[in-house]
Design a protein around this ligand. Structure first.
Ligand SMILES: [Zn+2]
Length: 323
């Protein structure tokens, strides 16, 4: 039961926002810290149009409220469900219609069961239901995650894209393959001009690439490029973790990861071992700014190295691209 709600992504938000970059021993395996849920406060931020963002512990929640009811993106942890429901009631008295999960991790799906029991229809990518249905193991942090209870599983799933016509908006959802996991979805509110990126965008901290459940650095970068092509300069972007962002913030995160990937791919192409790549400190120029969250440089290096596509590693990054 305890483990059910644990997720590596939680630790991004559990870390102090402006903590000093620790020069401590390599976090292997990283410490798992659970927040004291009784002390967590759910903060509501108006984003644009019908869309708000809720911050608490775990992934940022997106909410569309209007005449048709509430459409909610992600739901953090089960113990926070009463507080999340109270925050939703402050936004609108209309019924809770849908909960959409951006991916399977427990800090984004932990509230599924209580919200389903409150009337929500749970929707997600096909692979979210598949992964939540059976035990999982997140290798990067040596974490076992037990199967979710049946009531927590998505009832409606999709493979490529789906559109919700609600609250005067067109809510277009598209799958991005093998990015943070193998079941990531991006939600685009076309009228409100808001994008919810799930964990394919962490604003201001190193990302998690959960390669053991289908994530990959190249897919992660491709997802960010697809989002960059979808938004404009005035789009508000809700990241999986971190403060509300925009196109410029997403571009900054993307450019950092491309540089890190290319350096690691070059070393991999030289047949360097993981230990040798870590020792070369390929993230050094970014560490002071980007290692404020849970993901420390060595973990990022390992996730990138282990998830490099074989062709990319052989060619040494984007400079060696044939096309
Ligand atoms: Zn995640």
């Amino acid at each position: 039961m305890m483990n059910r709600s644990l997720c590596i992504c939680l630790l991004l938000s559990a870390a102090p926002a402006h903590a000093q970059a620790q020069k401590a021993e390599p976090p292997s395996p990283p410490k798992i810290a659970m927040p004291d849920f009784s002390k967590v406060e759910i903060k509501t931020h108006k984003v644009a149009g019908s869309v708000s963002m809720l911050e608490g512990a775990g992934g940022n929640i997106g909410v569309s409220a209007g005449d048709d009811g509430l459409f909610v993106i992600d739901d953090q942890f089960a113990p926070l469900a009463p507080k999340i429901k109270a925050a939703l009631a402050q936004i609108s008295k209309k019924p809770l219609r849908f909960v959409f999960n951006t991916h399977w991790h427990g800090d984004h799906t932990g509230g599924n069961q209580p919200l389903a029991e409150a009337g929500a229809l749970i929707v997600a990518h096909d692979n979210v239901r598949k992964r939540m249905s059976v035990d999982q193991f997140i290798e990067a942090v040596s974490m076992k995650v037990p199967a979710a209870p049946p009531r927590a599983l998505p009832v409606v799933t999709f493979s490529e894209e789906v559109t919700f016509h609600l609250n005067g908006d067109e809510i277009h959802v598209f799958h991005v393959p093998n990015a943070h996991t193998d079941g990531d979805a991006i939600i685009h509110f076309r009228k409100a001009n808001v994008l919810h990126a799930g964990d394919t965008f962490i604003n201001g901290a190193y990302p998690v690439i959960d390669y053991s459940t289908g994530g990959s650095v190249d897919g992660y970068i491709a997802a960010q490029e697809k989002m960059l092509a979808t938004v404009d300069d005035s789009t508000k972007i809700i990241p999986g973790h971190g403060p509300l962002g925009d196109k410029a913030a997403l571009k900054t995160a993307h450019d950092m990861l491309v540089k890190v990937r290319d350096k690691i791919a070059k070393l991999a192409a030289q047949k360097k071992t993981l230990a040798e790549v870590k020792a070369a400190k390929p993230t050094a120029e970014f560490d002071a700014e980007w290692s404020k969250g849970f993901i420390q440089p060595d973990i990022l290096v390992e996730m990138v190295y282990r998830s490099l596509s074989p062709g990319k590693a052989a060619r040494g990054g984007s400079k060696g691209r044939a096309k």
